[in-house]
Write a protein that binds this ligand. Structure first.
Ligand SMILES: *Cc1c(COP(=O)(O)O)cnc(C)c1O
Length: 392
């Protein structure tokens, strides 16, 4: 296949070689191990003198196809796919940091990533400093002689805060730090962190990449030398992506570009509609001019993404009533689906925190997070508007 194709075309056309059946769609290699012609071929594979597959914890053609597409889309050198987004988070940190190293991490990160860094990393002698996204002097002040990596997400969850990748890319180069970016909310269609100096990009493929709420998956792509270490760590510790999930995810990449276009168009239209609604105190969406980092979002993203949040008048009680009044939108904890989803963090995912702890991470009492699906936008708006009426 021609290397001149656009990465989006490659994400549609890359596939493992056809079998003797000549199938048009990509084959699924549902096997745990692979056979060798003779003892020497097996020896050569173990000695890494050949690229032959050995065992699906190490490599598998269907998994490699998905990885190759993600490497292409992100403009990376190499990649490794994992069983979930969290396996990508943990693998990319634990393979590269050791006892005595220090990590700088943005304070707005996915809940389980936060728990991993705070609760488990110290067990291995790895320390961290959490810094507020927009506070450049705090990032500078956090650098220590043993700092090795910077870890962040943008846009963040659920406040869709946008971090300046260009500034952080220069900052990490200046201090010779590995920049590890969770690009889950944007996908490579909207944002390519490597263009701004990221060394590693990770994804929860469970979200927009699958985009249909079916399978768990994750991937790390980036610099070949770093990916090699992550691969060696993962092949020993075992968080490899299942070939079946890889097959689903690889097919999903064929439609990622068109899906994201519609997700983003729908999200922008719904967010604009709610911005002037009397029962809505505020709306946060990276591509609304009212967003505090609108200029940065315009610089580093090609669209605003599928997620926005808004603050409903009436606090926790109004938030609960609003969710109960929805007819079409799903009430579930996931995001990045063909089906629009609403969640109310204060009474669900973050209900165990105190009010002060919630406010510190931007979870206000009436905050509603919306993951905009692919339904007709007028149907999404109509459902939200009727539920707002019942939430008074
Ligand atoms: C969901 C999510 C993860 C974790 O991914 P899983 O596939 O659920 O393990 C990591 N980062 C972000 C930003 C997420 O939204």
């Amino acid at each position: 296949m021609s290397d001149n194709l656009d990465p989006i075309s490659q994400a549609i056309r890359i596939q493992t070689p056809r079998t003797a059946q000549g199938e048009h769609s990509t084959p699924l290699y549902l096997t745990s191990s692979f056979c060798f012609d003779d003892a020497d071929a097996m020896r050569a594979a173990f000695a890494e003198e050949s690229d032959d597959n050995i065992y699906s914890r190490f490599s598998n053609p269907t998994v490699d196809e998905f990885t190759k597409k993600m490497v292409m889309l992100e403009g990376a050198e190499a990649g490794f796919s994992t069983a979930s987004g969290m396996a990508a988070v943990v693998g990319s940190i634990m393979a590269l940091l050791k006892n005595g190293d220090h990590l700088i991490v943005s304070s707005s990160i996915f809940g389980n990533t936060n728990t991993f860094i705070k609760k488990y990393m110290p067990n291995f002698g790895i320390t961290y400093t959490m810094v507020q996204a927009g506070d450049e002097s705090a990032w500078e002040a956090a650098v220590q002689p043993n700092t090795k990596m910077v870890y962040l997400e943008t846009p963040t969850n659920p406040q869709v805060e946008v971090l300046d990748l260009e500034w952080i890319g220069k900052f990490t180069k200046k201090h010779n730090l590995i920049l590890n970016v969770d690009n889950c909310f944007a996908t490579p269609i909207l944002q390519k962190p490597i263009d701004f100096g990221a060394d590693l990009v990770i994804h929860s493929a469970t979200k927009w990449i699958d985009g249909q709420g079916r399978v768990l998956g994750g991937v790390v792509v980036g610099r070949a030398d770093l990916i090699r270490e992550i691969y060696l760590f993962c092949r020993v510790t075992g968080p490899s992506l299942s070939p079946f999930n890889a097959w689903v995810l690889s097919k999903s990449l064929e439609t990622l570009d068109v899906r994201m276009e519609r997700h983003c168009a729908n999200a922008l239209k719904v967010a604009q509609t709610l911005e002037n609604h009397p029962q809505v105190l505020s709306v946060r969406y990276p591509y609304l001019p009212s967003h505090p980092q609108y200029a940065i979002a315009k610089k580093q993203m090609t669209a605003g993404g599928g997620v926005f949040c808004f603050e409903i008048k009436g606090g926790v009680e109004a938030g609960r009533k609003f969710l109960n009044a929805l007819n079409m939108l799903s009430v579930t904890a996931n995001l990045g689906d063909t089906r629009s989803i609403c969640s109310h963090p204060a009474s669900t995912t973050h209900s165990k925190l105190t009010e002060d702890e919630r406010l510190a991470v931007g979870i206000t009492p009436g905050l509603i997070r919306v993951s905009t699906g692919l339904e007709k936008v007028d149907d999404i708006i109509a459902d939200i508007l009727q539920a707002l009426e019942k939430a008074v």
